[in-house]
Design a protein around this ligand. Sequence first.
Ligand code: CMC
Length: 378
Amino acid sequence: MMVCEYKPGLEGIPAAQSSISNVDGQKGILEYRGIQIEELAEKSTFLETAYLLIWGELPTSEELAAFEYEVRYHRRIKYRICDMMKCFPESGHPMDALQASAAALGLFYARRDLNNPIYIRNAVVRLIAKIPTMVAAFQLMRNGNDPVRPRDDLDYSANFLYMLNEQEPDSLAARIFDVCLILHAEHTMNASTFSARVTASTLTDPYAVVASAVGTLGGPLHGGANEEVIQMLEEIGSVENVRPYIEDCLERKSKIMGFGHRVYKIKDPRATILQNLAEQLFAKFGQDKYYDIAQEIERVVEEKLGHKGIYPNVDFYSGLVYRKLGIPTDLFTPVFAIARVAGWLAHWKEQLEENRIFRPSQVYDGKRGIPYMPIEHR
Ligand code: CMC
């Protein structure tokens, strides 16, 4: 048997062959199905991008209209799911609420007919349609309000902001939110996607696949970093405090949230687009006091850590955009999940096409041959 070198975190080890997305971390390029992210951010919509990721090609106008119609039709959630969510503690994190609700969808829809393209299509549509409704519903219910029903006359992103804030969003705000979803929809073999593929490889249902990926996304080293960026900006509080704060972090060897990436060694292309979106929002709706602090952090971190390839990642500016859109800080990661469900589902589908259950090995470094010690002798 071939003996392989153990790599913590499987760093650099291919876990799948995939044609969904591609990153060139040296040049700062991200492509979905070969199309650069900048072009999709400018010209596409989230639902069109989700279609591209999942079915491999941009849809024709008929295909897109059919997909949008189906997603619109399936936005509502069952009252039993709502009732279940009403029992969640208000103090619980919305990512935990989302993970539980996504898993609960599996209770309602027939499972494991994985060879049937209609089952695959319906599962894709239901998950993309219902996850935003569940995120918005939990937000309203934890504040003691009834959830708002989705509005059929609003598109995907405008409807989410409407369900969240109980008012129709400004069109620029809705478009910018849609672009944020495009930017977060997929990103090669990251931790949550790997988790989705491992779960998919057991041939369980897609709701379990998404629920496991949501659980993985929640950690501060992955999707949870955008929340921590805002906490860091709050803690720093002023431009003058940036340098001492960063120097202190470096001395304590603690990570600066929103910086660094396993693959990108220059500024994440999504961070550049998000910074630009933030500036568009500030121009229309007024500055955010944290933007100056954020820019100063970028300058100081570049000066101190640029030589190590540490630059802003996708999470650094996304929080400032979401704040301006009126999204509460602890919903940032659920919003990331709304977008990333498209990528997870694309990987679920790809995994099923040539499935082999994940069953890696380990390097055992524990004891062996130890006799069982009766409890009275321990
Ligand atoms: N602040 C300070 N130093 C850093 C940072 C950071 N954010 N990121 C990496 N480094 C340093 C690290 O200390 C190490 O230095 P040295 O070689 O002297 O020990 C070197 O850079 C390599 O770091 P690493 O942790 O081995 O790199 P990695 O590829 O394992 O880490 C990362 C990638 C994203 C986990 C890490 O950069 C990090 O923890 N960043 C902060 C959390 C964050 O923003 N996460 C969001 C990631 S992007 C979106 C997503 O994946 O969801």
